[in-house]
Every structure is written in structure tokens, then in C-alpha cells.
Write a protein that binds this ligand. Structure first.
Ligand SMILES: [Mn+2]
Length: 336
């Protein structure tokens, strides 16, 4: 840490490029904005796109972020924020690999097998966010944190700690320190992290909740519903409301789409794989399905089979749950 802080202070007036990761999110954007306040000649650059939350943060702080493909800057040092994986550098990978000057990596993820080769690094997977690490560096540097810097750091911390659900006592201490330096309330940071959806989305959610069916399978609740739009957001909300599994169909004249979501811990606890379920449903209804174990979907150009598709989703989840309980019984028997 001390060595890294010294490096940063030695480069304070040099041209430094702050590098975001691919599909730049709130933490990578906020940590770059905060760090750029320290340097007198730093620019922020993104390898490709900025996600919707990253854009919201950029716009809120009126910060300038250059795209790598149109970068007009010759930095003497690179600081890569919020990733240590080469895969997340996408279009900037060769540039970073061939860079002649020092390369710094600041990150709070576990070290990836394809770790970026850095001359200096601070990688701490116990930190809530990269913003938390930037705060620690500022503390080491005795840098007076301005209101804007405090706001940027807290934004990243609120986002990446999942609104403090993943916070440590250190995160809370830092939050208290930073909050005093802003003129905002914690509630305002939450609103920035999760703005209230537009009225049409909220109406779609409420209608889909009213239409939802809940099926009980042992201690599990499987919810299904139909909506004319926002089916993915509705499925997510149904899980937040208490469903273990949610399947939400959206049927138009010539298309049927289903979004599937489950409690993420069910993937490791019960071997749930919604992508496999969506794949099977896709085959059954003449479409294609897939995704991730806890978030998946299916798309079919044949409409009119919504009810059948949703009941198949329920059947397949029950089958996976049954397989998980059989496996547990077998394990208990072999252990006995
Ligand atoms: Mn992060």
C-alpha cells in the first residue's frame, strides 16, 4: 500500500490514464472519477461500452469518459480499475500488454487466472468495492477529500456493497467518514443506486403481481405470471418478494418469451440450473432457451402456448428439486 501510494503521488502531475473495465459499471466509473480528482492530468478511458448505471454516474458527476477507439492522449502510466482480468480489457488488451510505462491494477475481485501483468497492484477481495480501496489510498496519501470526491466514492461503495448487504465494519466506518463530507443523505445515495422505475414499468409490475400464481413445492415457492412487457424485471421482483423461482411470460402476436429467475443461493445449495430448464422448454415450444443458472430465458416465434410452457417450467424445477433431495438422501445414507 505504502509503495503504491508513493507511486501515485510521484505521478500526480504526469499524464495518467485511468482505465475502466469492459461494460463499465458504477464502481469502476465512480472510482475513476474519484481518483481523477487527485491527479492534475488524468483522463478516463473505457475499452468499450458503459452500462446504464455507469452512464448514470458519469452524467451525475458530469465526468468526461473517452472511448478507447477515439482516445487522444499519450499517458505515461496506466491505472486499471475494478478488474484484474485481461478478459475485461477487451479492445484495450493489446494496448495494455504493449504499454511501455508502469501499469497499476486496483481491484477488489479475486485474482483471475488471466491476471493483468502489473508493475504495481492493490488487489483485495475483502474490500466492498474499488472505491473503498481508492479511499484507503487517499488516506495513505493524506489527500483532503472534497465533497465531490466523497460523493463519488460513496456512490461506488453503495453500489458494489449491494447497498451494504456485503459491507464490512470497515465499509461502514468509511461510509460514516465520507457521508459527513457530502451534503447528501444515505437515502439519496440509494436513490442514485436504484432510481424509481418509470410509471409504465411500475404499472406493469403491479399488474403482473396481481396476475401471479404461486405454487408450493415443499418449502419452495414457484411463481408464474404473464406480462405484456418488462418480464425480466418482473421475474426479478417476484424473487425479491419471496418466490424461490419465478417464470414470467410475455406473449405477443408472433412471439413468446419467458424470463426465469431464482434465489441465487439455490444454484449452489440445490444444483438448480435455470439455463438447462429454459433450454428444455425452448425445445418443447419450438424456440431457443439458455442463460445462466440463476437467470435465464427462452424465446420462441410460436405464440399461443404460454400456459403449457409455464407449467413445463414448474414441472422441470420440481424435477431438479427432487433430484437435489434424492442426492442429499443418498449422501446421508453413504455417510451413515
Ligand atoms: Mn467493483
Amino acid at each position: 500500500m505504502r509503495e503504491l501510494a508513493r507511486f501515485i503521488s510521484e505521478n500526480r502531475e504526469k499524464p495518467v490514464l485511468l482505465v475502466l473495465h469492459s461494460q463499465a459499471d458504477a464502481d469502476t466509473v465512480a472510482s475513476a472519477i474519484a481518483l481523477s480528482e487527485y491527479f492534475t492530468n488524468a483522463k478516463i478511458c473505457t475499452p468499450d461500452e458503459i452500462d446504464s448505471e455507469g452512464k448514470r454516474i458519469r452524467n451525475y458527476f458530469k465526468s468526461e469518459i473517452q472511448k478507447f477507439e477515439s482516445l487522444s492522449f499519450s499517458p505515461e502510466a496506466l491505472i486499471i480499475l475494478d478488474t484484474n482480468s485481461e478478459a475485461f480489457l477487451t479492445r484495450m488488451l493489446d494496448y495494455v500488454r504493449n504499454f511501455k510505462g508502469p501499469v497499476v491494477v486496483l481491484d477488489h475481485h479475486s485474482i483471475h487466472p488471466d491476471a493483468i501483468k502489473a508493475t504495481h497492484s492493490l488487489i483485495e477481495n475483502s474490500a466492498s468495492s474499488t472505491c473503498e480501496l481508492v479511499y484507503e489510498i487517499f488516506r495513505e496519501l493524506n489527500f483532503a477529500i472534497s465533497r465531490r470526491t466523497a460523493e463519488a466514492l460513496l456512490t461506488g461503495i453503495v453500489f458494489d456493497s449491494a447497498e451494504f448487504r456485503a459491507a464490512t465494519t470497515r465499509t461502514i466506518e468509511i461510509t460514516a467518514y465520507l457521508l459527513k463530507r457530502t451534503k447528501m443523505t444515505l437515502a439519496q445515495f440509494f436513490a442514485l443506486a436504484e432510481p424509481r422505475p418509470k410509471a409504465d414499468q411500475r404499472i406493469a409490475l403491479l399488474k403482473a403481481f396481481a396476475r401471479a400464481t404461486s405454487i408450493r413445492a415443499g418449502d419452495f415457492v414457484i411463481a408464474t405470471s404473464e406480462a405484456s412487457t418488462y418480464e425480466a424485471a418482473i421475474a426479478e421482483e417476484l424473487v425479491l418478494l419471496g418466490a424461490d423461482f419465478a417464470f414470467v411470460a410475455q406473449e405477443t402476436r408472433n412471439e413468446l418469451r419467458i424470463s426465469a429467475r431464482c434465489l441465487p443461493s439455490h444454484v449452489s445449495d440445490y444444483g438448480i440450473d435455470l439455463a438447462a430448464i429454459m433450454d428444455e422448454v425452448g425445445k418443447a415450444i419450438g424456440g431457443t432457451g439458455g442463460g445462466h443458472p440463476a437467470a435465464a430465458g427462452v424465446d420462441s416465434s410460436r405464440a399461443g402456448r404460454t400456459k403449457e410452457a409455464l407449467s413445463l417450467c414448474v414441472e422441470l424445477v420440481k424435477r431438479q428439486l427432487k433430484a437435489a433431495s434424492m442426492k442429499r438422501i443418498a449422501e446421508n445414507i453413504s455417510r451413515a
